[in-house]
Design a protein around this ligand. Sequence first.
Ligand SMILES: C[S@@+](CC[C@H](N)C(=O)[O-])C[C@H]1O[C@@H](n2cnc3c(N)ncnc32)[C@H](O)[C@@H]1O
Length: 191
Amino acid sequence: MTVLLAWITIVSVSILGVFLLWSTSIGAGWQPTSRTKVRKMLEMCGVGPSDVVYDLGSGDGRIIVEAAKTYRARAVGVEADPIRVILSRFVVGTNMLKDQVRVVWGNFFHIDLSEATVVTLFLSQGANRKLKAKLLSELRPGARVVSYVWTFDGWSPTSTDSDDDISLYVVPPHERLTPDRTAATAAPHSV
Ligand SMILES: C[S@@+](CC[C@H](N)C(=O)[O-])C[C@H]1O[C@@H](n2cnc3c(N)ncnc32)[C@H](O)[C@@H]1O
């Protein structure tokens, strides 16, 4: 019995470790944004009921829950770690926000972002670098991207809160598209 319990523990911890390492390797490890900073991020974007907020790497779901509960926005979280997906879906359920909030288990680099009007990020400089072209080509002009701590090389923020380390970016107008080029294939607008 003791040996069986030991094996179950080892296997469970190993599975958790694999998912933690995986999410770290494809974007960033887990570290929550404080509640105060979550509010500041959403305030800086002027989030409201007409917004669709995507949190890329949504962790325990605190940003999407706050966006829906306090600002009445629709919200989508994308998270690679299945344990946090289960936890955040539970939090969404207990807050009775299932009609407003969705949590997707997956890699945000493979998720279509075109319906988002606001994107929130707390990742890493490398992940932001890789995400920049995707954000600029998939998001509509005027969409807001707010990033805690990490910035985007070669994209000037519209405003920054240097006390809290938050930067706000606005997607500029897309390049005019010719019939044989679609939004998905067009090079992102230089910013
Ligand atoms: C620093 S935490 C931020 C959590 C939450 N957004 C917050 O601000 O409290 C980063 C999260 O992104 C997730 N993550 C990293 N890369 C990812 C990827 N490519 N796709 C989906 N989730 C990812 C990690 O598992 C982790 O939960």
